[in-house]
Design a protein around this ligand. Sequence first.
Ligand SMILES: [Zn+2]
Length: 310
Amino acid sequence: MAVDVGGTSIKGGLVTSDGTILYSERRPTPRAEGPDRVIAAISSFVADLSRPRPHTAGLLAPVAVGLAVPGLVTPTHAVFSAAFGWRDVPAEAFSEGDLPLTLGHDVRSAGEAELAFTGGSEGEGAGGAREGGGHVLYLPIGTGIAGAIVLSGSLYGGASGWAGQIGHIPVWPDGLPCGCGQRGCLGAYASASAIASRCGESSAAAVVRRVEAGDAQATSVWDEAVEALAVALATYTLLLDPALVVIGGGLSLAGDTLLVPLRERLASRLAFRHPPGVRASSLGVHAGLLGAGLLAARARQPTAPGDPAT
Ligand SMILES: [Zn+2]
């Protein structure tokens, strides 16, 4: 069972260990109602998905749960999330059943899915993380922006699990205030939610349509978002020398409207070296669910000695 908890929706489903999604559904995240309601919503989703479910391949019953959440997280605790306001929530709080459950970071596990399930077979332009020779930044852009840093084929979490907070890199130090308390953060310009609200729209997709129709206000906000991304990616490139940047999340659906100017501006900000490739994720919006599935596969490992199914 894979459950990916986002700021606006919780995606849950049943996936195989080789990355096939057999069943999935999406429910709203009751974030405005406080941390306890979010935890209760996850727990009831897990309970519903635990029940055997008819499928063309037979009756499906999950053997383990992978739960991907934002913030600071260990395999056994959701330590901190600014988005949900929770602190030190143990894994057991998310499930009343007996299935083994592993927690993981939403963006890093989605990045792990990019690494595990893409690369080579999708054809030019749709490749995933593996083709970057193991030096890849996976950057989903949605309500917020965070990155999964892959160095020499391994995910890098940092000293305390906070690595990859690219959305809070200051791109213009005296710029717009960010919800995190800093000013001028990348996310204040280039997150899907920032782009939408700066244009008075309910979604970034509506802004993209206006940009493609030549609307001046939307184009100005869009240009600033692309420029902010180019500044942040130039910094990342100079520091860590990635071969490839894979853009995921909802904003990746903008396709060439995002990728073409982003490649140009990133190249123009790097005077003495070539830029890394910039591509859209080939897993798209499924990366989060498949990443949670990888966590479930880890929960199944020999930590459950009494389980005859393993
Ligand atoms: Zn910030």
